[in-house]
Design a protein around this ligand. Structure first.
Ligand code: SAH
Ligand code: SF4
Ligand code: F3S
Length: 467
């Protein structure tokens, strides 16, 4: 097996004549977080520039990219299964190019090439801009290629982007994470924090506005650290304020905020803004101070309660969502009860709940007091049951109220209905509405509520407009 390491810079060729090769198709399968989704858009952009067309059918693809996640074992298992499945496509079409990208590629590197002989390219998280060059190398030489840098250049060169949607767009504001929560693999596979220059971010948002996008989500593993690594002097609050002044954009969101770094200046900017949504995703991770300390989260439950109180006092009607891990090493029944009580106390609008997953290379994986899987599963179920009740109660309070919704498209389960989101990030579905409403802000009267969903109807004014 010839494994070639590519470490050079690329200059992407202008669009080449795809007819020279016959029509060639690519598909990018994305696992993991929004950061990966955005990286996939950058892969798609490079492939398009090489003359490839997009397809949604694996059977039709000449090039398959699997953009991977390794944050939990469950994600890795699923992806291993998928990679295995692709072997048959290689057997059917030996010229197909199979690329493994993302966090698992960064972690496993050449091991993936050894384990799966049908792979052609393994590309790391710091090498995203190199995909076009790597594909050209494989096309020309039919060699296997590994491109995984240990760390990023200060700022990766810009590459073309093909956006997945037309209403909402991701805009990365920083890469990497410096927090080293003891359970988490992300800092090892995404490197240290690097902030993009403010001017680049603002001009990307302005451009998106010109292209007709209505909502942008500023992305980073810890957006509140924005600017700390650069000389520019602008912090996250400054960035939010600048983004809020861009006329053509209707809504601004951001993910993810570390509770420790959420500060008064940011809350004040959100309070005074018009477009920044009143949705605070603040991952608590556990409701026990002992566990929080062992996780290296850098805050206590008391601090978190005060933070939520401040947000609710200053910005009434805000939604608060969170992430929670159950079964972290050393979590006793009592500590887990503390988490349950905390969930009830705060009244989260929604919580993403996870079984603790031992990630090799992280400190917590070495802790001796790991929790048996059956105990973790039982706790997860209890927590989900509790959270579902809380979410339903909160959502029911919205019945008979009017909410502003950005229309994203047709409901995935029922094409006769439209779907969108409130400013607080709740999904809303309603009947009767033509495609002309897509991309617009409408007012919906909420008629019923479920755990993860609101149903409603267009307000009289919005219906009038439609007629
Ligand atoms: N940067 C973000 C989260 C990135 S990972 C933040 O700090 O909030 C998304 C979520 O996955 C985390 O919030 C955490 O709840 C969960 N997670 C991370 N590592 C995990 C692990 N080893 N086991 C289970 N869940 C994990
Ligand atoms: Fe992982 Fe913690 Fe960084 Fe989030 S802040 S990515 S949980 S290390
Ligand atoms: Fe997964 Fe990497 Fe995101 S590990 S959660 S895809 S940063």
């Amino acid at each position: 097996m010839i494994v070639r390491e590519v470490n050079t810079h690329i200059s992407i060729e202008p669009d080449r004549d795809s007819n020279k090769f016959g029509d060639q198709y690519y598909i990018v399968l994305t696992y993991g977080c929004q950061m990966n989704e955005n990286d996939s858009e950058r892969f798609a952009g490079q492939l398009k520039r090489l003359g490839y067309h997009s397809t949604t059918e694996l059977e039709k693809a000449d090039l398959i990219v699997i953009n991977t996640c390794c944050v939990r074992e469950s994600a890795e298992k699923k992806i291993h299964g998928k990679i295995g499945e692709l072997k048959r496509y290689k057997a059917l079409n030996p010229n197909i190019i199979i690329v493994i990208a993302g966090c698992m590629a960064q972690k496993e590197r050449e091991k993936l090439l050894k384990k799966f002989s049908h792979l052609d390219i393994v590309i790391g998280t710091h090498n995203i801009h190199q995909l076009a060059e790597l594909v050209q190398t494989v096309e020309a030489k039919r060699e296997k290629v590994l491109a995984v840098w240990d760390q990023a250049e200060r700022l990766a060169p810009d590459v073309p982007t093909v956006r997945k949607g037309q209403i909402s767009a991701w805009v990365p504001i920083m890469y990497g994470c410096n927090n080293f929560c003891t359970y988490c693999i992300v800092p090892y596979v995404r490197g240290r924090e690097r902030s993009r220059p403010l001017a680049d971010i603002i001009s990307e948002i302005e451009q998106l506005g010109k292209e007709g996008f209505k909502e942008i989500t500023l992305l980073g593993q810890n957006v509140n650290s924005y600017g700390k690594d650069s000389e520019e002097g602008a912090d996250f609050a400054d960035l939010l304020k600048e983004s809020d002044s861009i006329q053509s954009i209707a809504r601004i969101r951001y993910m993810t905020s570390h509770p420790r770094d959420m500060n008064d200046k940011v809350i004040k900017v959100i309070q005074d803004s018009r477009k920044i949504c009143e949705h605070f995703h603040l991952p608590i991770q556990a409701g026990s101070d002992k566990i929080l300390d062992r996780m290296n989260r850098g805050y206590t439950t008391e601090y978190y309660c005060q933070l939520v109180k401040k947000i609710r006092d200053l910005i009434p009607g805000s939604s608060i969502t969170t992430d929670i891990i159950v079964g972290f090493p050393g979590e006793t029944d009592e500590m887990f009860q503390e988490t349950l009580e905390f969930v009830k106390l705060i009244g989260f609008d929604a919580a993403y709940t996870f079984l603790y997953s031992q990630r090799s290379g992280t400190p917590a994986a070495q802790y001796e007091d790991q929790i048996p899987l059956a105990v973790k599963k039982a706790r997860l179920k209890q927590l989900m049951d509790m959270q579902n009740q809380v979410s339903l109660t909160i959502n029911k309070q919205l019945i008979h109220r009017t909410v502003e919704v950005l229309v994203e498209g047709f409901s995935k389960t029922d094409e006769s209905k439209l779907m969108g989101r409130t400013r607080t990030n709740k999904i809303v579905i309603w009947e009767k509405g033509g495609p002309e409403k897509i991309g617009q802000l409408v007012n919906i009267n909420v008629t019923s509520a479920q755990t993860w969903l609101l149903k409603g109807r267009l307000t009289f004014n919005d219906r009038e407009e439609e007629n």
